[in-house]
Design a protein around this ligand. Structure first.
Ligand code: RP5
Length: 161
C-alpha cells in the first residue's frame, strides 16, 4: 500500500516537487508520483481523486503553479487530506499560485504550505506528521529527523567562529 500520492500539474513542477519526494524517502514513507493537469486533464483529475481512498493513499500532496486549481479540485473530489504546494511561477514569483491554492471556500480545505522549495519540503513533513498519528515507524523517523535538524542548527553556530 502506497501511503502518499505526490501529484503535480506539469513536469515543469518537478524541480521543486523532487524536494518533497526526497524527504518522503528520508522519512520512510512510500509514495507514487503523478502528473495530472487540472486544466489539460480534468477527467483524469476527477477519477484519480475519487479513487484515491480506495487505492489506500492516506495523504495527497499536490504542487501546482499559476492558476493552481489542482490541489483544490483534488480536495473537492476526495475526503483525504490534501496538502497544496504553490510553485514559484515565472510571471508572479508564486504569489498567483499561493492565492489560487490558499483561498479555498469554506467546506473544502487544502492545507497550504509556503511557495517553492520550503513548501515542497514542509509538505512531506506535514504528511509524515499525519501518517505518524497511526504509524509508529514513521513517528520514530520523524523524531529522529527533528533531532538531527536541531543538532545541525546547533552545530552551524561553530561556522561563525
Ligand atoms: C500548472 O501550470 C502547472 O502546475 C505548472 O506550474 C504551470 C505551468 O505548466 P506548464 O505550462 O509548464 O506545463 O498547471
Amino acid at each position: 500500500m502506497t501511503q502518499v500520492a505526490v501529484v503535480m500539474g506539469s513536469t515543469s513542477d518537478w524541480e521543486s516537487m523532487k524536494q518533497t519526494v526526497m524527504l518522503l524517502k528520508e522519512l520512510g514513507i512510500s509514495y507514487e508520483k503523478h502528473v495530472i493537469s487540472a486544466h489539460r486533464m480534468p477527467v483524469h483529475l476527477q477519477n484519480f481523486a475519487e479513487e484515491a481512498r480506495n487505492n489506500h493513499f492516506q495523504v495527497i500532496i499536490a504542487g501546482a503553479g499559476g492558476a493552481a486549481h489542482l490541489p483544490g479540485m483534488l480536495a473537492a473530489n476526495t475526503t483525504l487530506p490534501v496538502i497544496g504546494v504553490p510553485m514559484k511561477s515565472h510571471a508572479l514569483n508564486g504569489l498567483d499560485s499561493l492565492l489560487s491554492i490558499v483561498q479555498m471556500p469554506a467546506g473544502v480545505p487544502v492545507a497550504t504550505v509556503a511557495i517553492g522549495n520550503a513548501g515542497a519540503k514542509n509538505a512531506a513533513i506535514l504528511a509524515a506528521q499525519i501518517i505518524a498519528l497511526s504509524d509508529k515507524e514513521v513517528l520514530t523517523n520523524l523524531v529522529n529527523f527533528r533531532q538531527a535538524q536541531t543538532q545541525q542548527s546547533i552545530d552551524s553556530e561553530k561556522e561563525l567562529r
